[in-house]
Design a binder for this molecule. Structure first.
Ligand SMILES: C[S@@+](CC[C@H](N)C(=O)[O-])C[C@H]1O[C@@H](n2cnc3c(N)ncnc32)[C@H](O)[C@@H]1O
Length: 189
């Protein structure tokens, strides 16, 4: 359950940083809907784009194996501080203050050639067409052959581009979330 202080701090970041894009963190219903597509029985390298204050990250860390790795790529420095506090002492977590667009360099810096899952909550609709296409291409390229891109978005603008880059795309809706218009996609390579 999110704390009152956590929620207030999230709203403050929403007001100050347009890239935060949502007024409150994702609901536990959305977290479970998206994370059911992750096989937590197997060791995995998981990347999260835009973890915010860590609602997905906490669930993933609570469920992934002791030899898995979670790389958190967050552009907002306040959220990075929160994530660093949340993951302190957990050697499976790597927190990076960066933009998702630099994923290839980030993986290179940390010695990873490919990853098993990328979970993303960043607002793709805020990216220009070229940046969005480039991010989808690099996301596809850094995933292992059986890797998955798991993405949630408020608007129905990503389905078509996802289908251009990924072989198989499944879409679901989660109404128990603010806002309740959220779409969740499982995009397989
Ligand atoms: C809609 S919020 C989602 C936060 C959290 N994942 C959740 O579900 O509650 C979007 C998050 O993505 C971050 N963000 C936006 N654009 C980004 C980018 N290009 N690279 C990395 N993080 C980004 C924002 O700072 C914010 O934390």
């Amino acid at each position: 359950m999110p704390t009152l202080t956590g929620t207030i701090s999230y709203i403050k970041n929403f007001i100050q940083d347009q890239d935060v894009a949502a007024i409150v963190p994702s609901s536990s219903f959305l977290v479970k809907r998206v994370c059911k597509w992750i096989n937590f029985d197997e060791p995995a390298v998981i990347v999260e784009y835009g973890p915010g204050n860590g609602v997905f990250s906490k669930y993933i860390l609570d469920n992934m194996t002791s030899d898995s790795t979670l790389i958190l790529v967050e552009s907002n420095p306040d959220f990075v501080e929160t994530l660093e506090e949340m993951t302190a002492g957990d050697s499976r977590a790597i927190v990076v203050e960066e933009r998702a667009e630099r994923i290839e360099q980030i993986l290179d810096d940390h010695g990873f050639d490919e990853v098993d899952y990328i979970v993303s909550g960043i607002p793709f609709s805020f990216l220009d067409e070229e940046t969005r296409a480039e991010l989808l291409r690099t996301t596809h390229d850094v995933l292992a052959d059986d890797g998955k891109f798991l993405v949630y978005q408020y608007y129905n603008h990503l389905e078509e581009p996802l289908r251009e880059y990924f072989a198989d795309v499944t879409k679901e809706r989660e109404y128990l979330n603010i806002p309740p218009t959220i779409r969740a996609y499982e995009a397989c390579k």
